[in-house]
Each structure stands twice: as C-alpha cells, then as structure tokens.
Design a binder for this molecule. Structure first.
Ligand SMILES: [Zn+2]
Length: 268
C-alpha cells in the first residue's frame, strides 16, 4: 500500500478490497438503443442476504439496452489520495460522499447508519435477486440486472476473439467492508466481482496485493485474466471498472449509471 501521511492514514489502511478511486471516465455514446439480451435470467433469491422479497419477480421480459456512462458525480465521490491530503479536500469529499449516499439510497434502498430511511424506506434486502451471468449465479439489486443482461449480450457478440469463462462471481454483501464513511457498492447490490484470484486488486490491502499476478512490472492487462473486451462491454452500460483506479481493483465493476434507463423494474 502506498504511503499516505496524516491522521487519516488508518482510514486508508483499513479499506478492504474493492475500494475505488476516481479515474477519467471512458466516454461512451449515449442514447443508443439496441435489443436486449435474452440470456440472463432473473430469479427470486434462493438464499437471500437478509429476507425474501414477497413480491413477484418478472421474468426476463423484453427490455431495452440504453448505452450510458457511469455518472461522474458518483465517481467523484470515491475516496482518493487527494481527499486525504488536507482538511479542506477531505471536507469537500465528505460533501460529495453525502450526495452519493443519498442518491444510492433513493435509487436502491436504505442501508442502516448511512443517510436516511425517509429517502427510501424499502429495505435493500427486499430488492436483491439472483441473476445469471456467464453461466454463473450472482445476487444483485434488481435494478441493475437489466444492465448486466445488456453487458452479456455485448460480450457474446463482440468478445468471441478473446474467450473467457469466469469461475466465480461476487455480488451483494450484507455488511459494509469500507471504513471512513463510505458504503461499498456491494452493500447496495450494484457491484460485481469477477474471479478475484485471476483479476487481482494489486494495490488493495493484504492478502489481495500478494497475488502472484501483481509481481513484477506488468501492464494492467497483463496482471489480469479478464479480456479488455469485457471491460469495454461493461463500460457501455453504466458500469465503472476499478481497474482504472489507482488501487487496480481489476475484478470489480459497479453500476454507476442511471438505473431508470432501460430498467426492467420501475423506480420505487
Ligand atoms: Zn468488489
């Protein structure tokens, strides 16, 4: 882990893997509409994180894939070195973080201790579903699963020259793995990890940074197994990749787009 001075160093050191920082967003054409994928399936949560949603879950009905970029104000709310450099920068980051927490609460649900239940009384756990992606099951928030379906469609169409088959996926988590005031997007069910051992986080805390793939001078792409084409597919539909980040968390995608675009389920 890079050396960071000041009283906030502990905050950085205690961040778990899959933390992220700001990076220039890769611009994608927006507003382009393409047919939705039909391969991913939404199912009720078999073993939900906290409780089962009693509401019926729509099948993978026809939806719309709308290209979009990750929203910059959500990217800007990531904790980074600059926010830890002085009190003023930290205060500005806290303001950005509060906006981000409010947005995520309003869009996805309330996580205890962060923001206000009044912004969205619907529990997060009631909105988690099992999605199929690349032949594997993963629990995610129902509002981002349509975008994931669109990603899979692009992968199947555009990534045949660089075949890749994940062995494990990680999605929603019950508890927050961040310290310092932020909330992991895994808690909101909008983050997805793909093959953590094969796509390491070389600047995260141990044991992640000890991954053999992180040794030696290599490009980001040489350190990971997932093809670049996959990253491009995710970024076309509002997912932000932390491989660009200074932490090099190459396993991690998080949906920072607008879930109302091409969403299968309406906003609550
Ligand atoms: Zn992650």
């Amino acid at each position: 882990m890079r050396s960071r001075g000041g009283p906030l160093l502990l905050v950085v050191l205690t961040l778990a893997s899959c933390r992220r920082v700001i990076v220039p967003q890769q611009k994608q054409p927006s507003g382009q509409v393409v047919p939705a994928a039909t391969t991913a399936v939404i199912e009720p949560v078999a073993s939900p994180p906290r409780s089962t949603n009693p509401e019926p879950v729509p099948d993978a009905a026809p939806s719309t894939c709308v290209r979009q970029s990750a929203q910059q104000f959500l990217i800007d709310a990531h904790l980074h070195d600059r926010a830890l450099s002085d009190t003023k920068a930290y205060s500005e980051w806290v303001t950005r973080l509060q906006r981000s927490i409010r947005y995520r609460t309003e869009q996805y649900g309330y996580y205890s201790g962060f923001g206000s239940r009044a912004w969205n009384p619907r529990p997060l756990a009631h909105q988690m579903r099992v999605a199929k992606f690349a032949g594997l099951s993963v629990v995610l928030h129902e509002r981002v699963i349509p975008a994931l379906r669109c990603v899979e469609q692009v992968i199947e169409r555009d990534c045949r020259e660089t075949p890749y088959r994940p062995r494990s996926l990680g999605g929603a988590r019950l508890t927050n793995t961040y310290f310092g005031g932020d909330v992991s997007n895994h808690v909101y069910g909008i983050a997805l990890d793909i093959d953590p051992l094969d796509n390491p986080c070389c600047n995260c805390v141990e044991p992640w940074r000890s991954n053999p793939k992180c040794r030696g001078k290599k490009s980001d792409w040489e350190r990971m197994a997932m093809p670049k084409c996959w990253v491009s597919a995710f970024e076309q539909y509002g997912f932000y990749w932390l491989g660009h980040d200074e932490l090099k968390d190459t396993m991690h995608f998080e949906f920072l787009g607008d879930p109302s675009k091409g969403a299968l389920t309406p906003a609550h």
